[in-house]
Design a protein around this ligand. Sequence first.
Ligand SMILES: [Zn+2]
Length: 270
Amino acid sequence: MDFTEDQINRYSRHILLQDVGVEGQEKICNGKILIVGAGGLGSPVALYLAAAGVGTLGIIDGDVVDLSNLQRQIIHFTADVGKPKVISAKEKIEQLNPDVKVITYPFLLTAENALDIIKDYDFVIDGTDNFPVKFLINDACVMAGKPYSHGGILRFEGQTFTYVPGSACYRCLFHSPPPPNAVPTCSQAGVLGAIAGMLGTIQAAEALKYLTGAGELLTNRLLTFNAKTMEFRTIKTRHNDKCPVSGTNPTVTELIDYEQAACDLASHKK
Ligand SMILES: [Zn+2]
């Protein structure tokens, strides 16, 4: 890959880094990253990965921009209200860095489409705000052997870890999704907008570390923080041989749409 003078200038602060250099920047420029959710987490992830020059960014989100999103979803502007989030995000990315190819998926990630979409990418970002899709991303990445970054935020708190094949997965830590409505979402309990930026930028950094091979990924560790005290904790985790998806005798052998299952359950009760 031959960089133009403009590219050398644009990426000079990466190229200067001993752990990145020209080789690392080439890896970033050849990288393909899928961002699931163009919301609070997906916004900073998409902006930083676009700025970094990631070659291909896939963005999947079925929502349109709502006025209540703008408090934290910084890739969307006031004039974008009503516009599909993937289109709004694509427009900003293209303005920021024309080197980046953006592929948009204006629908939800489901058990039916997840493996087919994920297979084209090197690394996946979980930027979603609900448990059914978090488990779906985990299971799909475990089954496809794809690394991904988990991210969750609520109120003043955030948590994140990185999965690579063989390391602890989401189900090694949390066996299965909580019952519907057992845990509030951001739309029910609120979230400090800047928390999304704090967590999303950690996820973007993990993706860039993965592409370049720099440093040590946040694997077999769960990072949590509470912005009220600004305390960060890292909890050691380990792969669980009895994990329902990544263990030696998995019971989850195909993808599950948990929301669908909950709806079915409700209709059965009637
Ligand atoms: Zn597991």
